[in-house]
Design a protein around this ligand. Sequence first.
Ligand SMILES: Nc1ncnc2c1ncn2[C@@H]1O[C@H](COP(=O)(O)OP(=O)(O)O)[C@@H](O)[C@H]1O
Ligand SMILES: [Mg+2]
Length: 266
Amino acid sequence: MPESANHKTSVIALCGKGGVGKTSLSATIVKILSSDPDVKVLAIDADPSVGLATALGIEVTKTVDDIRNELIQRVASGASADKKQMLSMLDYEMFSALKEKQNVAFLAIGRPEKEGCYCQVNSILKDLIGSMAVNFDFVVIDGEAGIEQINRRVMERVTHLILVSDASRKGINVVQTIKEISDSAIAYEKAGLILNRLRSAEEAETLAIPPELNYLGWIPEDNTLRTFDIEGRSILEIDDSPVITAGRNCLAKMGLWPKTDQQPGV
Ligand SMILES: Nc1ncnc2c1ncn2[C@@H]1O[C@H](COP(=O)(O)OP(=O)(O)O)[C@@H](O)[C@H]1O
Ligand SMILES: [Mg+2]
């Protein structure tokens, strides 16, 4: 746990079109940041299909949404608990839903019951990040629908927004929209774009990336990631790979990681 009074938690959120590699990169970033055993990382899976848990080799037993549902049921059944009691119970449940694996803690948000209304889950998520984040050096959020979450101001505590795209115009258009929305909705400190699954630096050049997206670098198409995903293995177990090196360099460009000598990315 950080002891310095000046400690500030970096809250990193990954956003982008479905399938571009947000979950894989979230897990890779958790892996990189947690390689220092003194650094505490909280990984938050904001995707209902809990992909990040699998990518980190963590089994989810309870989600934030399960806790919310229990609370709603308790209220509906007329259990007499005052609001303060409820909140402290909720707080306790939240911390007990945290899964810890050495210096990595994990929390799954779960699936909202009613389609279209994420308000309660989102407001829980927002408060939760705030109260839990102070205990960690880094919070890494793997978001499903980036635009949706930014719209509803869930992400207001995010300090570093990582836009993820593949080498497609569609992917770039999505992150451009996310960036525009977040510029007006959240007071992040830094935003930057990572291009995933590229085969060469030239591929990035052909995309004519708008400068406001702050291109950080590219992650190569890598068989290790694919194989680990197919086999359901934890990305935390990957030894050094081009993906890890490229990821480190992207984080370094955001000031989140000490710079390395090798620069495969840009
Ligand atoms: N750099 C990469 N090289 C090879 N495969 C990758 C890479 N990044 C992601 N993948 C694969 O692409 C698929 C989608 O990635 P995922 O992280 O689940 O995307 P998202 O979370 O954005 O939907 C997965 O099968 C994953 O293993
Ligand atoms: Mg995902």
